[in-house]
Every structure is written in C-alpha cells, then in structure tokens.
Ligand binder design. Structure first.
Ligand code: HT7
Ligand code: ZN
Length: 881
C-alpha cells in the first residue's frame, strides 16, 4: 500500500477544462460517456503520460479527438487508464465505461439506496464513475445529461442549474444539468429516483431568486420541513455574518438511507444521510433537530468554504472542514444559546478529539502523510481544525478576523487553496506574523498548560505563571524533532472570592485575552486588593488541557460567581472529576457516599438549582451532567479499569439523585408542559425537556423503583420522541421486567421506522451489563438490522464498541472479539465503515494489562486477516504501531 506525502505534491501534468457526461442509468449496467476537454498543464511535466484514475470500471470505448486510439496507445489496469503519448495541445478524450450501481456496497461512486440512484465522490469516488484526474486541484465545468426510466426515476438531479429535460424513448426520459462554476470531481453528484419533494424560494442579497428543495422518500415529505427551513436560515445567516451569497438558481438537498457519513456538499446538490434530514416530533429527538440544523448549515456553508475555495490536495482537508465546522458552530450558537452550544462543542472535542490525539491514531490537523485518505475525516481535522480558526478570531479580534475571511474568499475564489493561503489572508489583514501560530496545524497531541497563581498582599500584585508542554507524538510532521511552543490565547478574568469581577490590570491582557507564546511566561496584575480566584481559558479559548491547582473552595467560587458561563460549567465538571478519579483509582464500591468533595459538590449544586435552574434549564441540565466515563479514563490516563470508572460515576449519580432528589422532582413538575401545548423544537423548549430528563435520570439512579414508575408514566404520556426516548433510556439502566417490556413495546411500535429503531438499537447496545454482548449479537439478527446499512451498524455495533466502555472492555475480551468479528465481516462490503468501527481500539493501550493483552490479540487478528481493505489495514497497522 503506497504512502502519499504532502512533501511530494506536484501539480497535475494535465488539466481538464470541461466535462460532458452522459449517464444512462440502469440498475446493473449503467453506461457513462465522458467527454473530457484536456490540455497540458504549463506547471506540469511536458510530454508526461496522461494517467487517469479508475476503480472497478469496465472500459467500453475510448476515442482521442474523435478517432479510436491506436494499438499500444493506451494501457488499462484496474486502477488506471494511461495514454502514453498525449497531444501537447488541447485535446478531447471520449471515454465510455460501464458500472453496476446495484452491486456497489462501498457506497462510493454511483450506487443505489432503496432503489434511488445516488453518488458519493469525496474523497475519491468519481474514479468509480469514469476514468478521470481525480484530484481536487483539477477543476472543470460540468454538463451532465442523466437518462433514466421514467417510472423508476421520475426525479433526475445534477449539479448546477437545470437546462433541459425531455423524453428519451417510450419508457425513458432525461435531464441536462449545467454547473457554470469550475469544480473538482469530488463535488460531482447526480440523483435519479422516485422521491417526494418540499420546496420554497430564497432571494439572495444580490437579488438572485433561488429555488430550494428537499427530496425525501415519498410519504415522508412532512418530515422535511424543518430541514427546508434550516436551508433558508443558513442562507440568510451566511449573508449576514460573512457576506456570502448563494450563486446558483437551484439548491437541492436529497435524503438517502444508505450513506457512509453525515452528508455531502456537492455543488447545488447536497446529498444527506436521511438521519440528518427527516424530523417529526414523534420520530426525532431535540438532539436530532439540532443536528439536522447544524449539518444542513455545515453543508450549505461549504458552498463558499470548500466549493468556491476548494483544497489543493487532501492534506489541506482542514482548510474546508475545520473552517466549515467553525462556521456551523457559530450558526448554531447564534440560532440557539451560545454558552450552551459552546459547552456541547467542548464536550464533543474532549470525548472524541482528545482521545484521538492521545492514542495511536494521533495526527496533525494537517497530516503530512496518509495511506488511505478516507481515514482522515477525523475529529482532529474537523473539531480541532475548527478550534484553530476560533483561536485565530480570538487572537485577531472579530473585525480583523472578518476582514481576513473576506480577503481569503476574495483572493482564493475559484482556486484550490492551501492552509498557507488561508493564513496569508489573515496575516495581510492584521499585519501580524502568523508563522508560530501555524504550528497548530503541524503538531499533533493535546498541549497541557500548567498554571499557578500567587498573591502578594504587600505589593498588591497577583501573578499567574504559565507553563505549556506538548506531548511528543511520533508523526511524519514531527520527524523526530521536539515540539515547539504554540501560540495559545488565554481568555481570562479574576473573580473576587465573594463574587464580582476584580478589575485588575496587566499590560499583557488585551480585551480579556493573554497570549502565551513561549514555553513559560508569567503575568502580573497590579493593584489587586485581595487574593482573587482566576478564571482561565474562558469560553475554552484554546484546545488544551489545563492543570490548575485550584482549591475546592476556589472552584466552588467559580461555579457560583464566574461571569463566564463556560467556566461555571467547567468548575462543576472539575469538582465532579476530582471525585470520580479518586473513587475510580481507589476501586471504591458502588455506594452513594462520596466523601467531603462529593458533599461539597451536591451542596453547591443545590444552591445553583434553587437560584438558577428555571432561568436557564438547558444550562442547568449540562451542569448536572457528570463527565463521561471516557473523559474520566483520559484523565486517569494509564492502567484504566473501566468497571471502576463506571462504579465511581454511578455512585456519584446515586449521591446527586439522593441529595438533590426533592429539588429535582420539584423541577420536573415546574417544567412540565401544559397539556395540549404545541411542540416546538426551539432551544428553550428543548432545554426544559433536557432538564426534566436529567432530573429523571438522577432520581432513578438513587431510587430505581420510584424512578421506574416515573419513567413508565412518562413513556405512556410522552408526546415527543425526546421524552419517550429519555424515559426508555432511564429504564434501560434498571434491570428487570419493566425494562424488557418497555423495550419490547417500543421496538414493536416503531418496527417500520428505521431511524427510530436505530435509537432503540443504540440504547440497548449501551447498557452497561454483562448481558449486553448477547443482546447485541441477538439484535444483529433482528429483521431491521443489516450490515449493509451504515446507520444500522453505527447504531448497534458502534454504539457498543465506542460508547459502552465497560462492555467493549469486558475483562474476558469478548467485547473486543465481537468488534473484530464485525470489522472483518464488514470489510468486504464497506471498508470505510469497517475502518471507522475499528477505531474503537484507539484506547487499547490505556487499559489495565489483562484487558490490554486481549485487545491487542483481537487487533492482531484483524491486522493479520487475508485480503484486508486498505482502509482497515491502515487503521489496524497504525493502532498496533
Ligand atoms: N465533506 C463531506 C465528507 C464526506 C465523505 C468523506 C468520505 C467518504 C464519504 C463521505 N461523505 C461525506 C462531509 C462534510 O464534512 O461536509
Ligand atoms: Zn464538511
């Protein structure tokens, strides 16, 4: 398997200006005629052979400038078509290929999902449709004629604007789509099928009248309205916030059931996993609504950050993904609650990216080498990539940042750009040298910042000493060199012990931000009348781990009085983490007594709930949610016992439920929806539901019998999927007949709703009990389960392997064995999904030695299996290295 290196990048020897595609859809024998207008690239090697990428294609015919190619002129292998002596002037290649969409289980290229023809071309799927220069820096103008059976495919969609449609014989019809914007092949898409439609219009700030539509399985149109509205809100937001207007007459979104990822930003024709489109109060939770809004926005925002400015090569993936995640996070923060959303972002980062950065799959945000690019659509590229953009805004200030974005879009529009181009726009706008800042893109691993504070009463100064350290991560980017200090924005403030902020000054702090640029630095505040409590990394101003020896009382002060909502939440998390780590390390039994630290936490939470829960229920629900088991494991770092962590967390939940019980029950009552109240997915309503359900969860932890009764009543009375699923989740943690009956009833009620059954699969797969393994094996035989559908695999198997730490890490190794078995069974069908599942082993080196040996054995079994895909072999190899 070859390694692709950033250092080896060179421009393509040939360019393609225009692509005319004629696609005649057929379930098993789809014919594709590609007419490519090529020319030698002045920046390429003169006279070089033309090597077009291909994958699982059958070549039917080829002509050069209208003539058949002579003997020996071309060579065809399974992965390439080579023209040995291409003309050194513009020329036209016409290539006819055949593909079998029904046999395409990899879901890359042209495939069928429930009978609907659709495509997925990022990163390298276009080569599965026709022979092509399938690299993002080759950009062409596409015209696509799609022909299909009128009955089976009444809807025919392509990129750009519809220019023509008509009949093509007795049973067939066609549509021609033209996209005037040059684009890389990975943004190509087509859809053909029987689909329902909801639509509306949007007039851009430039006066363009755009037809927007969402296509879904017929009969599910009523579940597409929220997504349609999210498209219009995204369009308006991007105009308001970044001055970016839409640039075609049509914007189509199509939902399909079989999709490897969340969605895809194809130009003018976004294709979505239906999980991120379809929503009704009866089938979707508040989390689903929030995800749909965020992902619709994300894909729409790619139209500028990704499509108008694309990536020169796949090493620059963060250029579009990190930036677009930042943009969608800002959108959600504006549409919902900014502090609540920030907490959600950080929880995701800590749960997914920090472990990745600490494990064998760690890589820089801009990797230097890859074997399989599909394995680099990671939390590091996406989430840490977004944090880098956010730090840039913190460092430069919002106005300069916006100016830098405008400059980036203006200078790179229509180009395939690099991270250097991006940073150059901000450097030019701000007049700042961003060379040291750019190390964030190159160095893997999560930095730690240790901070200590000293108050000098005589001098009335307060000094904060910072020391940053970076883990040494062996990547190609590091090449054995020691990591160099990063530029770390520290948003901070000083809080008086009795509340209120301390107005102390330091010349190093501008607009509440201190910039740590070297390994060690001290910051002195003058005129400080009494010892303050420092509030550091407000709003999580940098993706770092903070070691800050605050006392318990100081943390309680921050929880009660910090002006920064994120740090109030963080204070509660840190207090809880201290209890959890101590108990887990001590191997403490499952009892609600958690010592003085736990008691202090519950007292503080009681005051917080009394004073504030009703004012901001969404925030309160987050304050009540303890750090997850995986986060505790990361904090412990080595020789981890997942069972001890579960017991520690459960015992603290029991204590919170017991000590706060009456308050939690009163809150549940106070937040109850009046009967007949109409459903709204807005953030305030969702927040009320979240707090009610967090209360139910804790009350049940302390008193399973009383909680079960409450949960059963909620299950019966619920008018939303959020409340129904929350009740079922609570019940799922209490072994017994009530649980089994409730699960059975739910499974029966939604047997025709695959997306709801996914939630049911996931709940069961996450039960932290020894019986779960057999339950998961049993559910793999459920009629609704299929290894062929990525959503089903993710909900059942990945929920078990990635989100059920005690059972994945079963001491007998059976959790590892099940995961390895499914990875191998899946690899022949869908290597991308198999490889992603295998990343569950990311933490294998952290667990205690008995488990570690068993995990390693399972991983080796995968690595040694014959005929592995490059995707799985890459993850297995790196995990074991
Ligand atoms: N840009 C899209 C990435 C994507 C993808 C990558 C590999 C294989 C299948 C895929 N489907 C979508 C999604 C996004 O981040 O916007
Ligand atoms: Zn994206």
């Amino acid at each position: 398997q070859t390694i692709v290196r950033l250092a080896d990048y060179r421009p393509s020897d040939y360019l393609i200006d225009r692509v005319d595609l004629d696609v005649r859809l057929h379930p098993t024998e789809t014919r594709v005629t590609a007419t490519l207008a090529l020319r030698p690239n002045p920046a390429g090697a003169p006279g070089a052979p033309l090597i077009l990428d291909g994958d699982e294609l059958t070549l039917l015919a080829i002509a050069l400038d209208g003539q058949p190619t002579g003997p020996g002129a071309i060579e065809v292998t399974p992965r390439a078509l080579t023209l040995h002596q291409p003309p050194q002037r513009p020329f036209v290649l016409e290539i006819e290929t055949q593909v079998n969409p029904s046999a395409n289980t990899k879901l890359m290229g042209l495939y069928r999902s429930n009978g609907v023809y659709c495509t997925q071309c990022e990163a390298d799927g276009f080569r599965r449709i026709t022979y092509f220069l399938d690299r993002p820096d080759v950009m062409a103008v596409y015209t696509t004629r799609i022909e299909g059976n009128r009955e089976a495919a009444p809807v025919l969609l392509g990129n750009g604007n519809l220019v023509e449609r008509g009949e093509a014989g007795p049973e067939r019809h066609y549509a021609v789509w033209h996209d005037p914007h040059p684009k890389p092949a990975y943004l190509f898409a087509l859809v053909g099928g029987r689909l329902g439609r909801v639509g509306s219009r949007f007039t851009t700030m430039e006066g363009r009248d755009v037809e927007i539509a969402v296509y879904v399985e017929p009969g599910k149109e009523g579940r597409a309205d929220f997504a349609l509205d999210a498209v219009a809100r995204s369009m308006a937001w991007d105009e308001r916030t970044f001055g970016r207007a839409y640039d075609l007459d049509v914007f189509n979104v199509v939902a399909v059931s079989d999709f490897n990822m969340g969605a895809m930003e194809n130009k003018g024709l976004n294709i979505f996993n239906d999980k991120y489109v379809l929503a009704s109060p009866d089938t979707a939770t508040d989390a689903d609504y929030a995800n749909i809004e965020a992902i619709i926005a994300h894909e729409y925002f790619h139209n500028w950050s990704g499509n108008r400015v694309t990536c020169r090569d796949w090493f620059q993936l963060c250029l579009k993904e990190g930036l677009t995640v930042f943009r969608d996070q800002e959108f959600s923060s504006d549409e919902r609650s900014r502090p609540v959303h920030r907490i959600a972002e950080v929880r995701t980062l800590r749960a997914r990216q920090f472990p990745e950065d600490a494990g064998p799959l760690a890589h820089p945000v801009r990797p230097q080498a890859y074997r399989e690019i599909n394995n680099f659509y990671t939390a590091t590229v996406y989430e840490k990539g977004a944090e880098i953009v956010r730090m840039l805004r913190t460092l430069l200030g919002p106005e300069t940042f916006r100016g830098g974005m405008d400059r980036y879009f203006a200078t790179c529009d229509g180009k395939a750009a690099t991270v250097e181009d991006f940073l150059a726009a901000f450097a030019a706008e701000s007049g700042r040298d961003l060379t040291a800042f750019s190390r964030w893109y190159e160095q893997a691993g999560t930095p730690t910042v240790a901070v200590s504070g000293t108050y000098d009463p005589a001098a009335q100064t307060y000094t904060l000493a910072f020391r940053q350290s970076l883990p040494v991560v062996a990547t190609e980017a590091a090449a054995g060199a020691a990591p160099r200090p990063l530029v770390i924005p520290v948003a901070l403030g000083l809080v008086a012990p009795e509340g209120g902020s301390v107005e102390a000054v330091s010349e190093r702090v501008r607009d509440g931000v201190f910039v740590l640029e070297t390994a060690e630095e001290s910051l002195v505040f003058a005129n400080v009348a009494a010892a303050p409590v420092p509030s550091l990394f407000r709003g999580f101003s940098a993706p770092v781990k903070v070691e800050h020896a605050l006392t318990r009382d100081e943390r309680l002060t921050l929880l009660a009085h910090d002006g920064d909502a994120f740090n109030r939440w963080q204070a509660a998390q840190s207090l809880a983490m201290e209890v959890l780590v101590d108990r887990a390390k001590a191997g403490a039994p499952l009892k609600p007594e958690t010592g003085p630290a736990g008691a202090g936490l519950t007292r503080a939470l009681a005051t917080f709930l009394d004073d504030e829960a009703l004012a901001d229920p969404a925030f309160a629900s987050l304050v009540l949610t303890l750090p997850g088991e995986q986060e505790v494991a990361q904090t412990i770092g080595a020789e981890v016992d997942p069972d001890a962590i579960w017991r520690a967390r459960q015992s603290l939940r029991m204590q919170l439920g017991r000590d706060l019980g009456p308050r939690l029950l009163a809150l549940r009552d106070a937040l109850a929806e009046p009967p007949g109240a109409p459903f709204s997915p807005d953030a305030a309503s969702a927040g009320r539901r979240a707090l009610r359900n967090a209360a139910l969860d804790l009350v049940t932890a302390a008193d399973p019998e009383a909680g079960t009764a409450l949960a059963l009543a909620q299950l019966d009375a619920a008018t939303t999927m959020t409340d129904r699923l929350a009740a079922l989740a609570t019940l799922s943690l209490v072994p017994g007949e009530a649980r089994e009956e409730a699960l059975a009833r739910f499974g029966e009620a939604y047997r025709h709703e695959p997306l709801v059954l996914d939630k049911w699969f996931a709940l069961q797969a996450m039960i932290p009990e020894a019986g779960t393994l057999a339950r998961v094996r049993g559910l793999m035989n459920h009629p609704a389960f299929s290894l062929g559908n990525p959503n089903r695999v993710r909900s059942l198997v990945a929920s078990f392997s990635l989100n059920n730490p005690t059972q994945f890490h079963r001491p007998d190794g059976a959790g590892y064995d099940l995961t390895a078995e499914v990875v191998l069974a899946l690899d022949g069908k869908n290597p991308q999904v198999a490889a992603r599942l295998l990343t569950a082993f990311n933490t294998w080196r952290m667990v205690e030695s008995e488990r570690r040996l068993r995990a390693e054995a399972a991983l080796r079994r995968v690595a040694d299996a014959p005929g592995l895909s490059p995707d799985v072999s890459d993850i297995a190899g790196r995990s074991l290295a």
